[in-house]
Design a protein around this ligand. Structure first.
Ligand code: MSP
Length: 502
C-alpha cells in the first residue's frame, strides 16, 4: 500500500478562524479522502501554532495569560474542523509537551554540531511578521510595526545551505508548486541568504520554548512551529513510525508563508540531515472586494455562520469548486448563492429528484436492469465509466476545481439524456418499454457514480444521496458499472433547497 502524508499549516491561535483558514484544511481533507479512495494509506496532520509574539499580544489584549488563551482559543479550530467534517489523523498543538521536548532536542543537536551560534545583531524588526527585516524590505513598505532592535541572539547557519537549496529546487521541478512560487523563491535566493535568528530574549518575549542551552531565551516561533511536521509523527521517539511517514508528500500552505517553508524549513532539514518533503504547494488567497480576507483588514467571513445556514457541504463545495490552485479567488455571498443554486440545487439536486420520482412511479421503486442499449445509452455509459479515470488524472495534479467541473458536466449530461429519451412518455404507454427502463437505470447509475466521485468534496450529502439509491458506505468505493440494478430507492425531500434572495 502506498503511503501519503499531508499537512496543513499550523494556525495561529490569536483569533477565530476565517474562510481562508478553512480553505487549506478542507483542501487537505479532500485530497486525503481521494487518496484513501485510491487505496493509499493516509496520514493527515493539522493543528495550532501557539507560541510567539502574536499569541502573546492576543492574550494581553484579552487580559488573560498566554496559556489560558491558547487552551481556550485552539478549541475554535477543533470545533470548526468538526463542523466541516474534517477527517484528520492528528491535531498537534505546539504547546504539547512531546512537541516541546523534541524542539529542544533539535536545538541541542544543532548547537552541538555548530549549526547555531550566538551573535550580536542590530537591525529592523517587524513585530507583525515576527522577524528581522532588511532595509530594502522596509523601504518596499510591506511590513507593519517596525522597530530598531540591538541584541544578542542565537542564529542558525542558514546561509551555508543556500547553493544546495537552489540546486535542489532546480533539479526537482515539482518540489515547489505552482511554478510562480518556485520562481519567486529562486528570485529570493539570487540575493545572499542571511543566517536565521532563532531566539528571542525573555526580556522581550517569554511565551515560547526555552532554548535548552540558554535559559534567557525562548525559541523563535517559526523554528518551533515548522518542526511540528516531524514531531507529530514521532521523530526521535518511534523511529519506525517516523521513517514510515517521513518525508511528507505535501505541505499545503498559503502563498504568504512560502519563504518560511521553502527556505527556513528546508535548510533546517538539510542541517538535520533528514530527507526533504516531496512537494510544497502554495495556494492563493481568498479575497473580498479585491482585498485579502484577514483579521487585520477586518473583512473576515466566519465559516461557522455559513455552515449554520447552508451546511458544511455547501461551503466545502464552494471553496473547492471556486479556487483554481495557485490563483487568488473572490468570495461574495452572491457568488456563493449562485454556485449553490446552479450546481447543487439545479443540476445535481434536480436530476436526482427527476430520476428517483420516475423510478418510483414506473418501476415499483426498484432500479431496472439494462438490456439492448442504443448509441445514446452507450455514450452515456462511456461517460460514466470514464469518471474514475478523470478523477485519478486530476488528483495527480491536485486539480480539484477541474475535477468537480468535469463531474458536474456529466451530471448535466444526464439531464440532457433524459430530455432526449423522455422515458416518462415511453413508460406511460408501456411500463416494460426497455428503452425507458434503460434510461432510468443508466441515469441512476450516473448519479451514483458521480456522487461517489464527489464524496471527498461533499461527504455528508454524498452519503445521503447514495443511501437514497440503496447503497451503504462499503459500496462507496465500488465503481463497477451496473451495481445499482435491483436496488430499492428511498423517498426523500429536496437535498439542496435553493437559496432564495432575502
Ligand atoms: N502559524 C503560521 C503557520 C505555521 S506553519 C508551521 C501562520 N498562521 S496563520 O494562521 O497566519 O495562517 C495560516 C494559513 O492560513 C496560511 O497558510 C495562510 O496563507 C492562510 N490564510 C490566511 N488568510 C488567508 C486568505 N485570506 N486566503 C487563503 N489563505 C489564507 O501563518
Amino acid at each position: 500500500m502506498k503511503k501519503f502524508y499531508i499537512t496543513t499549516p499550523l494556525y495561529y491561535v490569536n483569533d477565530k478562524p476565517h474562510i481562508g483558514h478553512a480553505y487549506t484544511t478542507i483542501l487537505a481533507d479532500v485530497i486525503a479522502r481521494y487518496k484513501k479512495m485510491f487505496n493509499e494509506k493516509v496520514f493527515f496532520l493539522t493543528g495550532t501554532d501557539e507560541h510567539g509574539q502574536k499569541v502573546q499580544e492576543a492574550a494581553d489584549k484579552l487580559n488573560t495569560n498566554a496559556k489560558q488563551h491558547v487552551d481556550k482559543f485552539h478549541k475554535n479550530y477543533i470545533e470548526l474542523w468538526n463542523k466541516l467534517n474534517i477527517d484528520y489523523d492528528k491535531f498537534i498543538r505546539t504547546t504539547d509537551q512531546s512537541h516541546q521536548s523534541k524542539v529542544k532536542i533539535m536545538l541541542q543537536n544543532f548547537w552541538d554540531k555548530g549549526e547555531i551560534y550566538l551573535s550580536e545583531y542590530e537591525g529592523l524588526y517587524s513585530v507583525s511578521e515576527e522577524r528581522f527585516i532588511t532595509e530594502k524590505e522596509y523601504s518596499e513598505g510591506n511590513f507593519r510595526q517596525v522597530t530598531k532592535i540591538k541584541e544578542k541572539n542565537y542564529f542558525f547557519r542558514m546561509s551555508k545551505y543556500q547553493s544546495r537549496l537552489i540546486e535542489y529546487i532546480k533539479q526537482n521541478p515539482n518540489f515547489i508548486m505552482p511554478d510562480t512560487r518556485k520562481n519567486e523563491i529562486l528570485g529570493f535566493l539570487r540575493k545572499p541568504l542571511a543566517d536565521l535568528c532563532i531566539s528571542r530574549p525573555k526580556s522581550r518575549l517569554k511565551w515560547g520554548i526555552e532554548i535548552p542551552f540558554d535559559e534567557n531565551y525562548v525559541t523563535y516561533v517559526w523554528f518551533d512551529a515548522l518542526l511540528n511536521y516531524i514531531t507529530a509523527i514521532d521523530w526521535n521517539q518511534k523511529e519506525k513510525n517516523f521513517n514510515y511517514w517521513w518525508p511528507a508528500d505535501y505541505h499545503l500552505i498559503g502563498k504568504d508563508i512560502i519563504t518560511t517553508h521553502a527556505v527556513y524549513w528546508i535548510t533546517m532539514l538539510m542541517a538535520a540531515k533528514l530527507p526533504l518533503p516531496k512537494h510544497i504547494l502554495a495556494h492563493g488567497w481568498w479575497l473580498m472586494e479585491n482585498e485579502k480576507i484577514s483579521k487585520s483588514v477586518g473583512n473576515v467571513v466566519n465559516p461557522i455562520d455559513l455552515i449554520d445556514y447552508f451546511g458544511e457541504d455547501a461551503l466545502r463545495y464552494f471553496l473547492m469548486r471556486e479556487m483554481t490552485l495557485g490563483q487568488d479567488s473572490s468570495f461574495s455571498f452572491e457568488l456563493f448563492k449562485k454556485r449553490f443554486n446552479d450546481d447543487l440545487a439545479n443540476d445535481l439536486g434536480n436530476v436526482l429528484n427527476r430520476v428517483t420520482i420516475l423510478i418510483r412511479k414506473f418501476c415499483k421503486n426498484k432500479v431496472p436492469s439494462i438490456t439492448n442499449t442504443d448509441d445514446t445509452d452507450k455514450d452515456m455509459i462511456d461517460k460514466i465509466k470514464s469518471l474514475h479515470k478523470v478523477a485519478t488524472r486530476h488528483i495527480e495534479k491536485l486539480n480539484i476545481s477541474q475535477l468537480i467541473d468535469d463531474v458536474m458536466s456529466v451530471v448535466r449530461d444526464v439531464n440532457k439524456y433524459l430530455e432526449i429519451k423522455q422515458p416518462w412518455k415511453t413508460l406511460k404507454v408501456d411500463q416494460s418499454n426497455y428503452d425507458g427502463l434503460n434510461t432510468l437505470s443508466i441515469s441512476a447509475e450516473a448519479i451514483a457514480q458521480a456522487t461517489k466521485i464527489l464524496y471527498p468534496v461533499i461527504p455528508g450529502k454524498s452519503t445521503s444521496i447514495l443511501s437514497i439509491l440503496g447503497l451503504n458506505s462499503k459500496d462507496f468505493n465500488n465503481f463497477e458499472f451496473g451495481f445499482l440494478v435491483n436496488n430499492n430507492i428511498s423517498k426523500h425531500g429536496p437535498l439542496f433547497p435553493r437559496i432564495e434572495n432575502d
